[in-house]
Design a binder for this molecule. Structure first.
Ligand code: B16
Ligand code: MG
Length: 215
């Protein structure tokens, strides 16, 4: 059997449903650029870094811009996004998450965050989740975006455990690929059709506790 010592959680789409706020802010920016951006296309941005998300939107609109303009636009989108997430409260935590985290703690495992977001501290604080984490690795601490394994490897390193002793929870295909590239087990949160490569896929954390997981 596996000798699991740590759990690494992605943030957006795993602990909290922020994807709709990313969508609203990107949609507003796309409208300013006269680009049609649909909720289906928003799926492509999940787990992807802010700059890479902008690149995808510009590609959809067939627009080329210089780097300074791109930085300006990404900052603009982020200002709108931060306005939305400033209103988050602990009631926005996805169902079953707290009980699952408590069950992980009771099993004496360590917990890390492994998120692409540069807003993760703001979000965790708004949700009152920060105190659960033994290590927080986010978009401010990595230089390579998922599917690169950097974010999860840094998480394992900070927790002083081996990659093969970690389970990653992820909602994005790029994140499952990053876990595989890190040599970690992965559990997808979402649809089996999309998260095919995960070791296990759950629709969410409702009624899920750590020591009943079957990998
Ligand atoms: P920010 P995760 C990711 O977070 C989101 O899924 C993705 O849609 C977003 O573009 C990315 O964070 C960057 O977020 O603009 O806040 O730095 O899923 O890795 O927790
Ligand atoms: Mg995610």
């Amino acid at each position: 059997m596996y000798n699991i010592k740590a759990i690494i959680f992605d943030l957006d789409g795993v602990l909290v449903a922020t994807s709709k706020y990313h969508y609203l802010a990107w949609k507003r920016l796309a409208q300013e650029l006269n680009i049609e951006f649909t909720i289906e296309e928003n799926e492509r941005l999940k787990g992807v870094s802010r700059m890479n998300s902008l690149e995808i939107i510009l590609e959809i609109g067939n627009i080329t811009l210089d780097d300074d303009t791109k930085i300006e636009l990404a900052e603009k989108k982020n200002t709108w996004y931060v306005e939305y997430i400033s209103k988050l409260t602990p009631t926005d935590i996805l169902p079953g998450v707290i009980d699952f985290i408590e069950s992980v703690k009771e099993s004496n495992l360590k917990i890390a965050l492994g998120s692409a977001s540069k807003n993760s501290m703001l979000i965790l604080n708004k949700l009152n989740l920060t105190h659960y984490f033994d290590a927080i690795i986010d978009g401010t601490k990595v230089s390579r975006a998922k599917p690169d394994p950097e974010v999860f490897l840094k998480g394992a390193q900070a927790l002083k455990v081996l990659p093969c002793q970690c389970i990653v929870f992820e909602d994005a295909q790029a994140g499952i690929d990053a876990a595989i590239n890190a040599g970690m087990l992965s559990i997808g949160i979402g649809s089996k059709d999309i998260l095919k490569k995960a070791n296990l896929v759950l629709s969410g954390f409702s009624n899920i506790i750590f020591d009943k997981l079957e990998l």
